[in-house]
Design a protein around this ligand. Structure first.
Ligand code: FMN
Length: 217
């Protein structure tokens, strides 16, 4: 599909791997997903968790000095994106602490940047479960922040065998899965844009059923 379907221009995605490791499998997986999204016409910015240099979340630090500049920059990038591409490792059956810390910082403050975003999630692990348990937790966290997640996901087990020397996925079926996943993300964002454009063309008024729902909500 074409990832630009309105006056708003190309769909903008923010991509992050929840690993700091230079040789991260999840960074390689993310790169493959980014390639499929770019082929579909999306504009993708990749950020590095390590380069964010976020301190550990500390409520006292926040109360005293506010959010650090690094957290503010991360929030700005999330706010500017239509959607997120996330490749998340699995640590002890869950989200790595450094990545959860980044989500926690970005969730703070009165200017909420997560609600209304969409995300596609994936994970790679050298073990047999392909980070599936971490993705379960990640989906729960994202949904609780108001992020819509593509129902499907891509998981890679035995990740040590999955990539070639250049870091590309060996199995074309996995690339196809990524293509489907990113396609569903772009389709969702595109359909939201079309709905918003229709509402604005109709004079900005909500359909009656939506209006009555919002009255009773
Ligand atoms: C503290 C820690 C806990 C881990 N726990 C799990 C786990 O529960 N399940 C799993 O499949 N791999 C686990 N691993 C192995 C990681 O999946 C592996 O290090 C992987 O390469 C991390 O992702 P990356 O390559 O993107 O950095 C763990 C690794 C660490 C350092």
């Amino acid at each position: 599909m074409e990832a630009s379907n309105s006056d708003a221009g190309a769909i903008r995605l923010l991509a992050v791997a929840g690993s700091m490791r230079a040789a991260s499998f999840n960074r390689k997986l993310l790169a493959a997903a980014v390639a499929t999204a770019e082929q579909a016409g999306a504009q993708v910015e990749v950020i590095e968790l390590r380069e964010l240099e976020l301190p550990l979340y500390d409520g006292d630090l926040e109360a005293k000095s506010g959010a650090p500049d690094s957290a503010k920059r991360l929030k700005e990038k999330i706010a500017a994106a239509d959607g997120l591409l996330i490749a998340c490792p699995e640590y002890n059956n869950s989200i790595p602490g450094a990545f959860k810390n980044a989500i926690d910082w970005a969730s703070r403050g009165p200017d909420r940047v997560f609600p209304g975003k969409a995300a596609a999630i994936m994970g790679a692990s050298p073990g047999g479960f392909g980070a599936v348990r971490a993705l379960l937790h990640l989906r729960q966290v994202l949904n609780s922040l108001g992020v819509w997640t593509v129902p499907g996901q891509v998981t890679i087990s035995k990740a040590g065998d999955a990539f070639d020397e250049a870091g590309a996925l060996r199995d074309p079926a996995l690339t196809e899965q990524l293509d489907t996943l990113t396609g569903q993300l772009l389709e969702y964002i595109g359909s939201r844009r079309r709905n918003a454009a229709e509402i604005s063309t109709a004079g900005g008024s909500m359909p009656p059923e939506t209006a009555s729902e919002s009255k009773t909500a």
